[in-house]
Design a protein around this ligand. Structure first.
Ligand code: SF4
Length: 298
């Protein structure tokens, strides 16, 4: 039995978690900028429960399962409620140290689950899901085939709040291209304000071979904003983002200007920092380009 179909992905903050690959690939697998699950062997499928049990047994026998578990791959929340409950319950039986479970989720998965099912998962330890918002601009969301628009994303975010599951939202600077740069940044800020996630990770788009966007870019149909335009987007994004109490990070290695802040308190400080960099227009204040060359997008 193969415990991991590779490559598999997890958020940087799950580096110390045990990764349980209960599904392979992503059930959506259409986002035009995404090259994560394009190999044949990563075609979406759900692992049989027997196999999942075997993996948990083997890993707990090796003492590998600690307090934190990340259920992979791309959107494990797509699993049927009964199956998810079965998996997490078995995990906890075999590894009583498990305190919390997290996973990636698509907006559609959350809407389909509904508040009651989310509450049931919360009670079993699901304390946070990671969602790729990417943009708040419906024109961009349509173009990149995200499968969810502004309103649905807000609705899903409200369900999470009601169920007590934290929301970690990722947004992508540059996703509107040069053409919709300002609209994308402004609408993304508005989406964050309306969704009010506990965590926001702003990443900068990287165009990767294997993603449909790569071909669009090669044909000249998509132009990536340059580094200062990306930072301008960050400024517009922050201007339009109001969070009740949220962590805002742009410290992912894809970014030119790393920021770590807690909103609302740090918002003005962050804006001052971004504006100073924009006013100076000095590349030496930015992270060097080679950082972006060596990383995975998530
Ligand atoms: S970005 Fe996420 S939802 Fe979209 S195809 Fe990639 S893994 Fe699936």
């Amino acid at each position: 039995m193969i415990e991991y179909v590779t490559p598999y992905f997890r958020p940087p903050s799950e580096a110390k978690s045990f990764i349980l690959q209960a599904t392979i690939g992503c059930s959506h697998n259409q986002c035009t900028y995404c090259a994560m699950y394009r190999k044949d062997e990563q075609r979406f499928r759900v692992r049989p429960m027997d196999e999942i049990r075997e993996i948990i047994d083997a890993a707990s026998g090796r003492g590998e399962i600690g307090g934190r578990v990340f259920i992979a791959d791309g959107n494990a929340l797509v699993l049927a409620q009964k199956r998810l409950v079965e998996i997490i319950t078995y995990l906890r039986e075999r590894s009583p140290r498990v305190e919390r479970v997290r996973m990636y989720a698509n907006v559609g998965d959350i809407l389909r689950k509904g508040v009651d099912n989310l509450r049931e998962l919360r009670a079993l330890g699901l304390d946070m899901v990671y969602i790729g918002f990417e943009s708040g601009d419906d024109v961009v969301l349509e173009r990149i085939k995200k499968g969810a628009g502004f309103e649905d994303t807000v609705k899903a975010s409200r369900m999470l709040k009601e169920a007590g599951v934290m929301n970690s939202a990722m947004v992508l600077l540059g996703m509107g291209g040069v053409e919709r740069s300002a609209e994308h940044a402004e609408a993304t800020g508005r989406l964050l304000t309306a969704s009010d996630p506990e965590y926001v990770g702003a990443l900068s788009l990287q165009i990767r071979p294997g993603a449909p966007l790569y071909d669009e870019w090669q044909r000249g149909e998509f132009t990536l904003p340059d580094k200062f335009r990306m930072i301008k987007e960050l400024e517009i994004l922050v201007e339009n983002t109001d969070l009740t109490d949220g962590h805002f990070f742009s410290n992912h290695i894809s970014n030119y200007l790393p920021i770590k802040a807690r909103f609302p308190g740090d918002k003005e400080r962050v804006l001052t920092q971004i504006r100073a960099v924009l006013a100076a227009g000095d590349e030496s204040l930015l992270r060097p380009d080679y950082y972006r060359d060596v990383i995975n997008q998530y």
